[in-house]
Ligand binder design. Structure first.
Ligand code: FAD
Ligand code: PHB
Length: 393
């Protein structure tokens, strides 16, 4: 088989890239190790930046998000149960975010891919890459007991944090930057109305809590807990009790309890691997960087990477210019690091750290009080949360 761009991974990065390339007349094949049901079933992100929603519309997959997505003009922060509001729209010249689950985004992407005849190979095992330093890289894998081989012009590793593509960059070239956190988020989904029309990021003495949602009938709640916590130790009642305590009496009283149908622990990690291009291999999304979920940046960053990359590849094929390709890693990383900084900072002011003494806790509360009182500080938070500009030329 021969194609122009071989994409490894059919997550958000891989599928947005496939649709973008196809809309620009560039051929690609997507190779995914799992099946569609598995990838579509993974409960992950919930908040889309305006630019991500606009891209969906531009790609012709924006109808359902426009109808079912919840547009949020701001968010709430809470300090030990006392709430204050950050008005994104007023602070950023009208920008908003949209609550629409990653599972829904994936469904829209796959439906469009099927309609547009984009080739996706599901259940591909043992992907290996070769020829990345030459002119004709290749992808080899097993599919239904047969060995498959695809020659292409470029390979894009969209295979997430645990993927294989990053490992094909020689150790002498690769630079990895990492911050580990000793805690994770225990999240639940329940078909109960959300406690509040907007999200609440709550800093509490006992740890962080987040009140989010998927729709007006479906709530998504998280509580900070130790990284190796066993979700089975958290029967629903224990979860609801702890959540209400951390959200405080005012919001706690508005929490509707009900049986959870999903409960899982997500680790928190900050991670960047540089460069995002080596020879004929590009990395995009979680394959190159991870942020803690506090800033709701994961999916949006993956989308920004592939917007940049698809424009660079279009310049290469249509104008014969490799300028965009050569600049991809530097330009993507510049923006990635800003999102890393924001996600790390937002995590640092909202979570309980194990080594936090009384002084550190007072500083945290002072910072949140300052944000509450200063329009300038609110603006810094708001413009990062709604998404920093992406210059795609
Ligand atoms: P992925 O979504 O990881 O997709 C990679 C794809 O590559 C997968 O389908 C995988 O099966 C496939 N793959 C991997 N290895 C191979 C291989 N060897 N061969 C072929 N295919 C392969 N972000 C937020 O903003 N908010 C959140 O609340 C949030 N919660 C999260 C919870 C969890 C448990 C995780 C893991 C992530 C969460 N994220 C969240 C982050 C967000 O989901 C990711 O940033 C986003 O999915 C990145 O998309 P991606 O396409 O780069 O990677
Ligand atoms: C979610 O709804 O899953 C969600 C929302 C905001 C975040 C992280 C996760 O910052």
């Amino acid at each position: 088989m021969r194609t122009q761009i071989g994409i490894i991974g059919a997550g958000p990065a891989g599928m947005f890239l496939a649709l973008l390339l196809q809309s620009r007349g560039i051929e690609c094949v997507v190779i995914e190790q799992r099946n569609r049901e598995y990838v579509e079933g993974r409960v992950r992100a919930g908040v889309l930046e305006q630019s991500t929603v606009e891209l969906m519309r531009h790609l012709g997959i924006g109808e359902r998000v426009a109808r079912e997505g919840l547009v949020h003009r701001g968010t709430h922060l809470a300090i030990d149960g006392k709430l204050f509001h950050i008005d994104f729209a007023a602070l950023t010249g009208g920008k908003t975010v949209t609550v629409y689950g990653q599972q829904e985004v994936m469904r829209d992407l796959y439906d469009a891919a099927v309609q547009r005849d984009i080739a996706i190979v599901w259940d591909a095992e043992g992907v290996t890459l070769s020829g990345l330093e030459g002119d004709l890289p290749a992808i080899d894998f097993r599919h239904r007991d047969a060995l498959e081989h695809i020659d292409c012009d470029y390979v894009v590793g969209c295979d997430g944090f645990h993927g294989v593509c990053r490992k094909f960059i020689p150790a002498s070239v690769l630079n990895v930057f990492e911050r580990a956190y000793s805690f994770g988020w225990l999240g639940i989904l329940a078909d109960v109305p959300p406690a509040n029309p907007e999200l609440i990021y709550a800093n509490h003495e006992r740890g962080f809590a987040l009140a989010s949602m998927r729709s007006n009938e479906r709530s998504r709640y998280y509580i900070q807990c130790p990284q190796n916590e066993d979700a089975a130790q958290w029967p629903d009642e224990r979860f609801w009790d702890e959540l209400c305590l951390r959200l405080g009496p005012e919001i706690g009283a508005k929490v509707t309890r009900g049986p959870s149908f999903e409960k899982s622990l997500a680790p928190l990690r900050s991670f960047v691997s540089e460069p995002m291009r080596w020879g004929r291999l590009f990395l995009a999304g979680d394959a190159a960087h991870i942020v803690p979920p506090t800033g709701a940046k994961g999916v949006n960053l993956a989308v920004a990477d592939v917007r940049l990359l698809s424009t660079a590849l279009e310049q290469y094929y249509k104008q014969g210019s490799s300028r965009g390709i050569d600049n991809y890693s530097r330009r993507a990383l510049e923006r990635v690091w800003k999102a890393e900084r924001f996600s790390w900072w937002f995590t640092s002011i909202t979570h309980r750290f194990p080594d936090m003494d009384a002084f550190a806790r007072r500083l945290q509360i002072a910072e949140l009080n300052y944000i509450q009182e200063s329009r300038a500080a609110q603006q810094v938070l708001a413009e990062n949360y709604v998404g920093l500009p992406l210059e795609v030329d």
